[in-house]
Design a protein around this ligand. Sequence first.
Ligand code: LLP
Length: 418
Amino acid sequence: MHYFLYREGELYCEEVPVRKIVERYGTPLYVYSAKTIKRHFQVFDSSFKEIEHLTCYSVKANSNIAILAMLCKEGAGADVVSGGELIRALKAGISPQKIVFSGVGKTPEEMQLGLEAGILLFNVESAEELEVLSEVAKKLKTKAPFAIRVNPNIDPKTHPYISTGLKKNKFGIPEEEIIDLYKKAKDNSHLQPIGLDIHIGSQLTQVSPFLEAVKRLKELWQELNHLGFEIKYLDLGGGLGIVYESEEPPLPEEYSSAVIKELKDLPITLILEPGRVIVGNAGILVTKVLYTKSSKEKNFIIVDAGMNDLIRPAFYQAYHKIIPLEDKRDEEIVADIVGPICESGDFLAKERKISKVQRGDYLAVMSAGAYGFVMSSNYNSRARAAEVLVEGDNFFLIRRRETIEELLALEVIPDIYL
Ligand code: LLP
């Protein structure tokens, strides 16, 4: 079931023509389908129903508080990587006992925030971080529940910028150092070792690297179990890929059944941190054609969304399908679809076959629900896009467009220049 579909030549999000939303709120505009997000969450979460588990939506993929609140109602927990994300998750109503705090560079202040909120656990990524966590817990006269993130040296076979489980990556702690760290923590009255964690990368399109990761976790769990540790949580991270173009990622069911097979006999709760698979294909970025121009070599379609709105094509050479809001079935051309920013890297698509569009037409950049708005910036003093959530035949503005006044409000001219 798809919620972004043409009806009589016009693109709809659920029951609403996208043009109607765009006429109200302008472009560039992110539009999300609530039903898609809920369905993705339910399909993913229920595929693990055979075992004890907690699905902690990875907030970084799309952190709009309305989306977090909706996922909270669906039963989701949260995987956060900063004090900011933690505050968002709590404000959205997610129970602290369903929140895990990941990330390679947590500050003592962020740890304090997590401890005071009473989160489920911290995923720790270095021996020094563990020491600081223990100091912060001591200061607060409490005990910090933690898992250690293993760097298993597994190749996830994805884009190098989003692969995280190789020795050369900055993430996690090498397998051979893990047991010693737990042993050290055992005698520390401010640390509570309760989990083991792994996350090997994002946009994975095969089950095998996941399976290898689970096996490593299981071996480490067994070793720790022999040593008398009660490790209750195994956190497998996120990473399940989606279809942008012609990828064939495993279905949640295929991923989960492989994982369940390995873990079903262990007395643990499995934690999952899916991001992209929940929201990626639930959002589009709508942009307006500002100009077209053609030379002997090339056609350009210049649109009002730039790399500041969606950086994925420029940053990862990522492919996003681009379709017109009105399917006119016109003659097709091959064009670069580019933004207004003064950088050659500012493109949404290169050498793309697309129906001939004109000034004023609208285009939808598909699969932009994950790592879209959240990675946007104000480069070239561009105010960030608005975000709208569609549910059935309703739509809600969930983040209004920024204004230039708001951007300037943070800046100060020192007296000497006045
Ligand atoms: N858990 C951890 C510890 C992570 O680092 C990530 C993503 C996730 C979970 C969620 O992964 P997902 O299920 O979304 O693959 N900006 C890049 C993706 C960066 C992913 C960073 N970590 C992109 O646009 O492709």
